[in-house]
Write a protein that binds this ligand. Structure first.
Ligand SMILES: Cc1cc2nc3c(=O)[nH]c(=O)nc-3n(C[C@H](O)[C@H](O)[C@H](O)COP(=O)(O)O)c2cc1C
Length: 532
């Protein structure tokens, strides 16, 4: 996609992935999005290991790092205190309540409590955060993000010095304005649907509210929509409202790479969108979590009021770690209690696929949504690219002797000047010689792409599909006619995504080394992309 944000971060598609899992970061960035590693739980040493691994595997693609340095943290209560002092701040009532929840599920609580380590919560304060930033800035990151509140001055100054963009999450219009005044480059506007820390206002309301509030005053700030976004059509909806991209956390939790506890992953895949709760019980600030017997217990009238951040985590995390371990080994009581942060989008997360596939699904779904929106206006393949309608330019890349067919649902007579047309109406005689689909918005195709495809097919495979040097272009392919029956079966079983159908086939790869040649023209500015 040709946008200022994509250009400045050197990415193809403005889909941002917050994750604690390094494999997700690498796969998302390699697929054209932007991975952001959550560093809040790391020591400088462990972060160094993760980032070295990312650098080795990410093929030079862009990525970022996220920290949690809140403006309001109970510093008086917890900074400069010895582990013994911190421990003493936790009322016995809270520990007893946790023990009672676990005991009711048949879990032994004798070894539950351990003294907090020296420096507990330091990553949330200047000294600890600076040590993390030392590591982050020694790697080629393109963005540093702060989760809770205005990024502190030391973070802003170091980022500016390093030429790294600064992002900040916001859940309220008033905070968004403060973030912009502090000089952030990227504002992540997160609605109440979001997994993890979240505000009260829905994404659909908050995004336009923030865009209106920052309006012309901060034209250089890029706005990413977050909260509940797990599909490309939701991303397109947010971008139709004026956002420059989407930032997602939950959708990666059920990917095959994610290190989510398998018992929790399973629960997420079967959960509906009402099975989350927004509660202070985990960190002391509101976070959205998967509903379980644990979260129910904290919603009950008997529950003590959550402690301020970071003390509440000292109450919740030891128990949740124990629950996780037992749930993974099949303990029924622990499985009922097991939970994790996740947003309301969990209701749409029903299958586990790779992070790369999630990005490709987003791209496909986004393009279809944009197409639907565009259907009230212009017909994209008819738009001129360097003076020639895109569809006409594409047809010139197909050898003259090859029969051609155009799939279109309007302007049929216009299309018929180039080739017979098939519509979503019942197939007509025009379609008899149909050989396969072409995409109507990729006019920069190389002239030899059909030849390369044909040379790639031998007797043993069902066809060949283009690889642009970075990823499979599954809408640019050549198939043998005898896959027709297979397609009928796939459609009858409810399948509809092309790449999923292709996964059931034996295909060879037609390799190219020019990803730009297969790019989709999704916006008027894309049409400025030079002709070869
Ligand atoms: C498991 C989990 C942990 C999170 N931890 C952080 C964090 O450490 N820092 C942060 O900026 N955001 C964190 N978030 C919030 C995400 O950055 C993102 O804003 C949110 O997930 C977007 O909404 P979604 O979950 O509906 O995609 C977390 C989200 C989840 C699901």
């Amino acid at each position: 996609m040709n946008s200022k944000l994509c250009e400045s971060l050197d990415i193809e598609f403005p889909l941002f992935a917050f994750s604690h899992c390094r494999d997700v970061i690498v796969e998302v960035s390699k697929a054209g999005g932007f991975g952001v590693l959550g560093a809040a739980g790391h020591t400088p040493e462990s972060l160094e290991i993760e980032m070295n691994w990312i650098d080795e595997h990410i093929d030079g693609k862009s990525y970022g790092v996220d920290l949690i340095v809140p403006n309001s943290i109970d510093s008086k209560e917890s900074s400069n205190l010895s582990p013994e002092d911190i421990e003493a701040r936790i009322p016995p009532e809270h520990k007893a309540y946790v023990e009672s929840i676990l005991a009711q599920a048949g879990i032994d609580t004798r070894d539950l409590w351990q003294r907090p380590k020296a420096g507990y919560g330091d990553n949330m304060r200047e000294t600890g955060a600076n040590a993390i930033l030392d590591v982050a800035f020694s790697h080629p990151i393109k963005m540093i993000v702060n989760a809770l509140g205005v990024p502190p001055l030391f973070m802003m100054q170091r980022a500016k010095q390093a030429g790294v963009a600064v992002g900040a999450l916001t859940g309220a219009k008033e905070h968004a304005i403060k973030h912009c005044e502090s000089g952030v480059d990227v504002l992540i506007v997160s609605g109440t649907e979001a997994g993890g820390h979240c505000g009260e206002v829905s994404t659909l309301v908050l995004v336009p509210e923030v865009l209106d509030a920052i309006g012309d005053k901060f034209p250089d700030v890029a706005v990413l929509a977050a909260g509940g976004i797990v599909t490309g059509k939701q991303m397109a909806a947010c971008m139709a409202m004026g956002a420059h991209g989407a930032w997602c956390g939950s959708v990666w939790l059920t990917t095959s790479e994610a290190e989510t506890n398998p018992a929790v992953k399973e629960k997420m895949l079967s959960a509906n969108s009402r099975q989350t709760v927004r509660s202070k019980s985990r960190t002391g600030k509101y976070t959205r979590q998967l509903r379980s017997q644990w979260t129910d217990a904290w919603q009950s009238e008997d529950a003590p009021p959550p402690l301020p951040m970071p003390l509440q985590s000292l109450v919740s995390e030891p128990a949740l770690r124990k629950i996780d371990k037992l749930a993974e080994s099949g303990d029924a009581g622990a499985r009922n209690l097991a939970t994790y942060w996740v947003g309301q989008g969990v209701g749409l997360m029903n299958t586990s696929v790779s992070a790369r596939t999630v990005v490709y699904d987003f791209m496909e779904d986004y393009a279809a949504a944009v197409e639907r929106l565009g259907n009230t206006g212009q017909d994209k393949p008819l738009l001129p690219w360097h003076g020639v309608p895109m569809v006409q330019r594409i047809l010139t890349t197909v050898p003259a002797e090859m029969p051609k067919l155009i799939s279109a649902n309007r302007n049929l007579d216009t299309y018929r000047q180039w080739a017979p047309v098939v519509t979503d109406l019942p197939v007509t005689a025009e379609a008899e010689d149909y050989q396969g689909p072409l995409v109507g918005d990729t006019p920069a195709l190389p002239m030899n792409w059909c030849d390369v495809l044909m040379q790639s097919v031998d007797g043993h495979v069902d066809g060949a599909v283009v690889h642009d040097g970075e990823r499979q272009q599954h809408l640019h392919l050549l198939l043998k006619c005898d896959v027709e029956k297979d397609l009928e079966r796939f459609l009858a079983a409810g399948g509809y995504q092309v790449y999923k159908w292709l996964q059931t086939m034996q295909l060879s790869t037609a390799r190219f080394a020019d990803r730009m040649a297969f790019r989709n023209m999704n916006s008027p500015t894309d049409l400025d992309y030079p002709a070869a």
